[in-house]
Design a protein around this ligand. Structure first.
Ligand SMILES: [Zn+2]
Ligand SMILES: [Zn+2]
Length: 208
């Protein structure tokens, strides 16, 4: 019989033999001294377990190695690590996973996330998106900086109402000038990036 197609690539396609009825399995992960684990995880300090947000891209990590050798029990994004060496709270597990701690990691992993764990995973993704956006804004502002006082018009920044002279300033595509720091705050506070004076919308990708 041909293998069933996997409906949700997010979920596991193959299951370890000892998967119990709660979707939990046990693994014993070995790592060399100083070897990176290779995991991105999200957790709440006082809540049990941590959620695997993703794996890092390096191939030499303990988890990359584990996944290669144990395709039937891979550690993947969307699973939750419920226990490591007897520790259960998120922050205790994180401490146990730190490089330089235990070389043997006895883990209990589950594919059945609790509602709180789903929320933790969703929030972690949202934060990552916000951070990416903020980095884009930062790069954009770098491109809009105009050189020195010579280029600064003898005006005030209409965000903070202080003189433009004497600070790093940016010129938006509409031609309006503001302090760079004020523009950064302004852009960061809104869901889209518009000139505070004329409302012209900035296209982040167009400027990069
Ligand atoms: Zn200002
Ligand atoms: Zn403008």
């Amino acid at each position: 019989m041909p293998a069933m197609p996997c409906c949700f690539s997010f979920f596991r396609c193959r299951f370890p033999d000892d998967l119990d009825e709660r979707g939990t399995f046990q693994i014993s992960l070995q790592r060399r001294a100083g070897q990176a684990l290779g995991i991105m995880a999200a957790y709440c300090p006082d809540y049990d377990g941590l959620v695997i947000e993703g794996l890092t891209e390096e191939s030499d990590t303990a988890i990359a190695q584990w996944n290669q050798e144990h395709p039937e029990a891979e550690l993947l994004a969307g699973l939750a690590i419920m226990e490591v060496n007897g520790r259960r709270k998120g922050e205790e597990i994180m401490a146990e996973l730190r490089p330089g701690r235990a070389e043997t990691l006895e883990m209990r992993v589950t594919q059945n996330l609790t509602p709180v764990q789903w929320t933790i995973l969703r929030e972690a993704k949202r934060k990552k998106r916000c951070l990416k956006r903020a980095e884009e804004v930062e790069r954009l502002l770098e491109l809009l900086v105009v050189g020195g006082d010579r280029d600064a018009p003898d005006e005030c920044c209409s965000i903070c109402l202080d003189k433009l002279h004497g600070s790093v300033i940016v010129r938006l595509p509409c031609g309006h000038h503001f302090h760079k720091i004020c523009t950064a705050k302004w852009f960061a506070s809104g869901t889209c990036q518009k000139c505070p004076l004329c409302n012209q919308k900035m296209s982040i990708s167009a400027a990069s």
